[in-house]
Design a protein around this ligand. Structure first.
Ligand code: ZN
Length: 142
């Protein structure tokens, strides 16, 4: 049986640098050129206006440390898409990045029941296709 393809993120002109960096195994965030405020994500069509200082200058992509802490999470037991059948139960977490923004990702390399709030995690990269590499997280130092 052919492997079932996971639904993948759509790459837009705005998000292209982010996905290109992920393929190089780098995590990028948008950084305000006036005040240095980081943010993530930037949805298509969303204003470039900085929520911190209201600068309307186009923010720059900046490399993130990849370090963060688990802010909250859920454990997915029910398979909603057949491509995830072999992964359940799996963890979907909101990671508080060192730079400030929060991002949603899977946390791997740990049993779901061992996850704790404020646990230190680090990014790693899951190469899914030629185009898409997903930033994911695992316990720091593993
Ligand atoms: Zn700013």
């Amino acid at each position: 049986m052919a492997q079932i393809q996971k639904p993948l993120p759509a790459i837009t002109e705005t998000t292209k640098p982010y996905w290109e960096a992920a393929r190089r195994h780098e995590l990028l965030l948008l950084k305000c050129v006036d005040c240095g405020h980081y943010r993530h994500p930037l949805a298509p069509g969303q204003s470039f206006m900085c929520p911190n200082c209201t600068s309307v200058k186009q923010p720059q992509w900046a490399k993130a440390s990849g370090r963060g802490k688990i802010a909250t999470w859920t454990v997915v037991h029910k398979v909603f898409h057949p491509a995830f059948a072999d992964e359940a139960p799996y963890v979907v977490a909101i990671v508080q990045l060192e730079e400030g923004p929060r991002m949603i990702a899977n946390v791997r390399g740990i049993k779901p029941e061992d996850i704790r709030a404020d646990m230190e995690v680090e990014v790693f990269f899951e190469d899914l296709t030629e185009e898409i590499t997903l930033p994911q997280f695992r316990p720091a130092g593993k």
